[in-house]
Design a binder for this molecule. Structure first.
Ligand SMILES: NC(=O)c1ccc[n+]([C@@H]2O[C@H](COP(=O)([O-])OP(=O)(O)OC[C@H]3O[C@@H](n4cnc5c(N)ncnc54)[C@H](OP(=O)(O)O)[C@@H]3O)[C@@H](O)[C@H]2O)c1
Length: 267
């Protein structure tokens, strides 16, 4: 038997495997009902059966391809109209490991649609709904390549830099309205992502690969601790804070009436 949660419902994209499926398990454990989204209805059903059996929560599944406009709009409508939704986990994504010179442009466009357009569309649907409900959390799964665009495929890195910047900007705008925003930057994680991207995870040095369970548990702990940016493997949070402070210190000099003197154009 399932009972309805007073924590509300978490909508998780890319919940049929990997990091998204672990979020589903952990959020059900923590008392959330679930709406699970991905393309494969069968895999979603298996994840949902497993969770309802163990966690006694209400779990709904919606098969949707987030690169298709109609499907994206359908999920955005759920976020807007289902007043029980208090958490959005923007997790669905695809990777690429080939250099940009060897990349297929159509595949890169599909990557941008899934990794950039879809989470943006869903965050922009969820944010006003959460503000109206007076509560909500938006968790965006980025990647450490947001900070290291020279690793892996550059379009993938750029897509995750977008997710980080969008999250920081949403946090800036929504924190005062009681809405939590978190960007999660996993390093290499042991999921199907790697084989789909062209490099099986077994080919990586295993000392850089984290389990999806550890990634999600660290991300949830980071959310609990009030982090806006969570880097599960970073030993010293001060390293991130130093980078962020350096970025902020640039602020007063990023827009001025004259070019810098090194360009020889003064006065
Ligand atoms: N694994 C890593 O090393 C790593 C590191 C940093 C960040 N990440 C990020 O973590 C997130 C989750 O990846 P993962 O590692 O858990 O990989 P994964 O196991 O391959 O999971 C990807 C999920 O996205 C779904 N998905 C893919 N294309 C979709 C589409 N067009 N529409 C809807 N859903 C779609 C997949 O389900 P269907 O195939 O059923 O649609 C699956 O549930 C991604 O955003 C990825 O960029 C991963």
């Amino acid at each position: 038997m399932t009972t309805h949660s007073n924590k509300g419902t978490a909508l998780i994209t890319g919940a049929s495997s990997g990091i998204g499926a672990i979020y589903a398990d952990r959020l059900a454990r923590d008392g959330y009902d679930l709406i699970l989204v991905a393309r494969s209805a069968d895999k979603l059903r298996d994840v949902a059966h497993d969770i309802t059996r163990r966690r006694e929560r209400s779990v709904e599944t919606i098969a949707a391809d987030l690169t298709r406009h109609e499907d994206l709009v359908r999920i955005a409508d759920v976020l807007r109209t289902d007043a029980s939704i208090t958490v959005l986990i923007n997790n669905a994504g695809m990777g690429a490991t080939a250099p940009m010179l060897d990349s297929d442009i159509a595949q890169m466009s599909a990557l941008i649609t899934l990794n950039v357009h879809a989470p943006t569309h869903l965050a922009l649907a969820a944010a006003p709904a959460f503000v109206a409900r007076g509560t909500g959390s938006i968790v965006n799964i980025a990647s450490i390549v947001a900070l290291a665009p020279d690793l892996l495929n550059g379009v993938y890195g750029a897509s995750k830099a977008f997710v980080l910047a969008l999250s920081q900007s949403l946090h800036h705008e929504l924190a005062g309205k009681g809405i939590r925003v978190q960007a999660v930057l996993p390093g290499a994680t042991a999921t199907d992502f790697w084989s789909a991207a062209g490099t099986p995870v077994e080919h990586l040095p295993q000392d850089i690969v984290m389990s999806a369970e550890h990634v999600v548990d660290a991300a949830l702990a980071g959310l609990q601790q009030g982090e806006t940016v969570t880097i599960p493997s970073l030993p010293d949070l001060a390293d991130w804070e130093t980078l962020d402070q350096a970025r902020k210190a640039l602020g007063p000099n990023l827009s001025r009436s004259r070019p810098a003197s090194r360009y020889g154009l003064a006065a």
